[in-house]
Design a binder for this molecule. Structure first.
Ligand SMILES: Nc1nc2c([nH]c(=O)n2[C@H]2C[C@H](O)[C@@H](COP(=O)(O)OP(=O)(O)OP(=O)(O)O)O2)c(=O)[nH]1
Ligand SMILES: [Mg+2]
Length: 139
């Protein structure tokens, strides 16, 4: 008898960076990573022994070169999605304050996108429910 395949749950944190003009930051996943070429919210895996907030502050520095104070992270929502080889649990925070101008420190393209245009950017399937939620948040 074969054991049913049970993917492990991968805990990921990601940020919806909102600029004062109401645009939102998307990053294009680099070649060689899962979902390469698709647009995502910057962030990454929570590593032991990090908290989700500590992990997100670290990822935003590594990926974008920005500093964010953990207490300014605003919990927004989460997605829970089966991604074949793993089960993704991604928690999302709104981020409205940071220092520096974000740059793609891993060579990834960045785009500041008006909420109404988010659907024009192909994203991993887990992100689909986020688009209408962000649009209703930002009007
Ligand atoms: N950051 C982020 N990851 C997403 C999104 N949507 C989505 O399915 N994912 C998946 C892709 C990856 O399997 C996982 C996050 O991994 P990641 O590649 O960002 O992790 P990481 O920054 O720690 O990078 P690495 O250590 O693997 O190089 O979550 C999203 O909007 N943002
Ligand atoms: Mg990442």
């Amino acid at each position: 008898m074969t054991t049913p395949f049970r993917p492990h749950t991968l805990l990921v944190t990601a940020a919806i960076l909102i600029r004062k003009d109401g645009t939102v930051l998307l990053a294009q996943r680099p070649e060689g990573k899962t979902f390469a070429g698709l647009w995502e919210f910057p962030g990454g895996k929570v590593e032991v022994p990090e908290s989700p907030e500590t992990a997100l502050v670290r990822e935003l520095d590594e990926e974008l070169g920005i500093t964010v104070q953990p207490e300014t992270l605003e919990p927004f929502t989460f997605v829970s999605e089966n991604c074949a080889t793993f089960h993704l649990l991604m928690i999302l925070y709104l981020v409205r304050e940071w220092d520096n101008e974000p740059v793609g420190r891993e060579g990834q393209a960045l785009a500041w996108v008006p909420a109404a245009e988010l659907a024009d950017y192909p994203m991993p399937k887990a992100d689909a429910p986020l688009v209408p939620r962000i649009q209703s948040l930002l009007g």
